[in-house]
Design a protein around this ligand. Structure first.
Ligand code: NDP
Length: 328
């Protein structure tokens, strides 16, 4: 049986004016799908990339990759879930901004009792990202000093806490004194205002000239070269986002000139592309949250009708931590 649902859709790329609220008919789940009545959804920078056209999917399409809710129907081949289960996901087919949706079961996990729908919607995509950045891309052992840009953001505040729990000194960057104070409160060892200070010099001073073995950079264009200058010889540049715009026109020779550096451009999708990998990464994230080593900071709660307002705030650097859409 199909279910009617409100959903956000775009028919062309552009500013917030292209966001439309439509009513869709969600069909009965196919064999390996479950139908979720969503209770909370996550807002992420990637939603803006798809709206503007920096990242592309065939139009028209929905938006969003992160959500949590209750299972209301299961396909014939589904064994892991039953109607009534509380579930969450952070890496879905595009289209999380909806009241009801179908999801492939392999991309969904059961939500532990101690974690609310809102927390789940605020942490699945962002927390799983920190999991792979810190435990897979460059496996931190404890004792390292690292640089992490936009440390007061959604991914950033989780990273600050996770680094502290691992015994890692996280040097963060942010654009205002308030954001710097918030990141420090969440466990950043030191903060640098990259709109005013010389980041490379500060990193050199803080590391007694050594620089850092790894930089995690979700800002992109504006910080690319500065990030490379903060990395010790043979260290790793993890370029995982483009909040300031995409990096282009790179001459690969820059990596030799700056000290035989490595660079990677990872994405969450590769790291959770089977049910087993998704579950293992989610288990590690849930453990951090249930043990209160990572607390999920939700600054803004919106209704789905406020989607334009919510995306504007994120894009204009007005937010800290996570923003979620709360559904009835
Ligand atoms: P954030 O909450 O971190 O928001 C982005 C932050 O980037 C802003 O708050 C701002 O912080 C900083 N920023 C710097 N320059 C700009 C600019 N010109 N315009 C806008 N923001 C700017 O977002 P998310 O937590 O959702 O995502 C953080 C980054 O991580 C994004 O680039 C995102 O695409 C990436 N990401 C990548 C994933 C992957 O697997 N590759 C998965 C998840 C996220 P400040 O004001 O302090 O500078």
């Amino acid at each position: 049986m199909s279910i009617l649902s409100k959903a956000v859709r775009i028919e062309r790329h552009g500013g917030p004016e292209v966001l439309q609220m439509v009513e869709v008919e969600v069909p009965a789940p196919s064999d390996n799908e479950i139908t979720i009545r969503q209770r909370a959804l996550g807002l992420n920078f990637i939603d803006i990339y798809f709206r503007t056209g920096l990242y592309q999917a065939p139009l028209p399409h929905g938006l969003g990759f992160e959500g949590a809710g209750d299972v209301v129907a299961v396909g014939r081949g589904v064994k892991r879930f039953k109607v009534g289960d509380r579930v969450a996901y952070g890496q879905s087919p595009i289209g999380a901004y909806a009241q009801v949706r179908n999801m492939p079961q392999a991309q969904v996990v059961k939500l532990p009792k101690g974690i609310s729908y809102e927390e789940a919607a605020a942490m699945m995509l962002k927390g799983l990202t920190v999991q792979y950045l810190f435990r897979q891309t460059y496996r931190l052992q404890g004792g390292e000093t690292i640089l992490f840009h936009a440390a007061a953001g959604g991914v950033g505040l989780i990273a600050c806490q996770w680094a502290k729990a691992l015994g890692v000194k996280l040097i963060g960057t942010a654009s205002t004194p308030e954001k710097m104070a918030l990141a420090k409160k969440h466990g950043a060892w030191q903060m640098i205002d990259y709109t005013k200070e010389d980041v490379v010099e500060r990193v050199k001073t803080l590391t007694k000239g050594k620089k850092v073995p790894v930089v995690y950079d979700g800002v992109g264009k504006d910080t690319w070269e500065m990030s490379l200058d903060c990395i010790e010889p043979r260290g790793l540049m993890v370029s995982f986002g483009n909040a300031s715009g995409a990096i282009d026109g790179v001459n690969i020779g820059i990596l030799s000139a700056k000290g035989s550096l490595f660079v990677t451009r990872p994405t969450l999708a590769t790291h959770v592309n089977t049910a087993e990998k998704m579950q293992a990464a989610a288990d590690e994230l849930f453990e951090m949250v249930l043990a209160k080593k990572v607390k999920i900071f939700i600054e803004n709660r919106y209704s789905l009708d406020q989607v334009a307002e919510a995306q504007n705030a994120l894009q204009a650097r007005k937010t800290t931590g996570a923003s979620v859409f709360v559904l009835d």
